[in-house]
Design a binder for this molecule. Sequence first.
Ligand code: ATP
Ligand code: MG
Ligand code: FE
Length: 348
Amino acid sequence: KIVLGFESSCDETGVALCTTDGRILGQALYSQIAMHKDYGGVVPELASRDHIRRLIPLMNETFAQAGIGLNDVDAIAVTTGPGLPGALMAGCAFSYSMAMGLNLPVIPVHHLEGHLLSPLLSANPPAFPFTALLVSGGHSQLMGVEGLGKYKLLGETLDDAAGEAFDKTAKMIGLPYPGGPALSKLAESGNPERFKLPRPMLHSGDFMFSFSGLKTAVLTTAMKLAGVSQPAEGMAIDDTDKADLAASFQAAIVETLVKKALAACLHMDHKRLVVAGGVGANRLLREQLVKAATKRGIDVYFPELNLCTDNGAMIAFAGAMQVREHPDLLANRNYSMNTRPRCELATS
Ligand code: ATP
Ligand code: MG
Ligand code: FE
C-alpha cells in the first residue's frame, strides 16, 4: 500500500510518499526560514499562508520523483497536531478535502510520533524496544518505546525545550534565526570550559529537564561581557567571548541531555537509545551520546541529518506504519477534521 503524507505544523511544508514496507518513494520539502528571518522567529499567520502556496507544487514534485500518480495512493496521512493552529489547519484542510474528493482514508498523525519514528528511516534502523530522547523546538521528552503506538513518557522539560533554549540563547548573543544551527557552528571555535554554566536538574534523580535557568545564566554572563546592566538585543560582545559562551552553553545542555538520556535507558533496561527532533542534528550531542552509551553497551540511533527537523517523510512513514499495523484504517471514511494544536503523544 502507498501512503501520501503531509506536514505543515510549523514553518516547514513537507510532502512524501511512503509504502507500508517503509520505503520512501518521493519527498519534497520547503522551509520558510528565509521568510521568518526578518522577524527573528516564526510568524504564525505568514506560516499558514505560505503552506497553502506550497502544498500543491510540493505534492506534484513528490509524485514526479516517485513516478506514480494520485490514483496509486491508498491513504493520506497528515499532521493533526501539535503545532501552530493555523498552520495545522492549512495542511489538514487540504488533506481532508483531497481525501474526500478521492474517496481515500485519512490517517491523522501526531507530529511527535513522526519525529520519534524518523530514525527507523535510516540505513541502520533500531528495533523495538528502545528509549527515545526527543529534542525538538517545542519539546524535550524521554520516552520508553515498546512498539508502534506504545509510548511511555519518562520525563520532560519543566520549561523551555532544548531547541527553544538553543534558539533563545542564540538570539540573546546576536546570532541570526534559527539560532540552534548558528549557535552550534559558533561553538565549534569556542572554549567550552571558559564559563561555568549551570546544569539544571542534573542530579534531580528523575528524567525531568529544565533549561530556563541555563538561559538566564547565559544572559547574565553576556551582560557582564558587554558591560551593560540591562539586557538588550545585539549586545556588543567580543567575538572570542561570544564563541566561548556559545561553546559553554552547548556543553552544559549536551551534558544534561546525555546524562539523563543514558540514565533513562538504563532504568528501562533498554539496549537501544534513539534520538529524534531538530536538536538531534547537533554534532556534539551525537558524539557525546555515542561515547557515553558505548561504555554501557548501549547502541545509539539517529535520524538522517535532513530528517531531524520537520519533514514530510516522517509523517508519511508514521502513517504507513499505522496502516501496516492496522489495515482496517484503510476502510475509514470519517472526514470530521480535528486539528489539535496541543496534544500529548504518550499512550501510558
Ligand atoms: P516540535 O517538533 O516540538 O513541534 P519543531 O518542529 O519546531 O518543534 P524541529 O523541527 O524538530 O522542531 O527542530 C527545530 C529545532 O532544532 C530548532 O529549535 C533548532 O534550533 C534546533 N536545531 C536544529 N539544528 C540544530 C543543531 N545543529 N544544534 C542544536 N539545535 C538545532
Ligand atoms: Mg521548523
Ligand atoms: Fe517538529
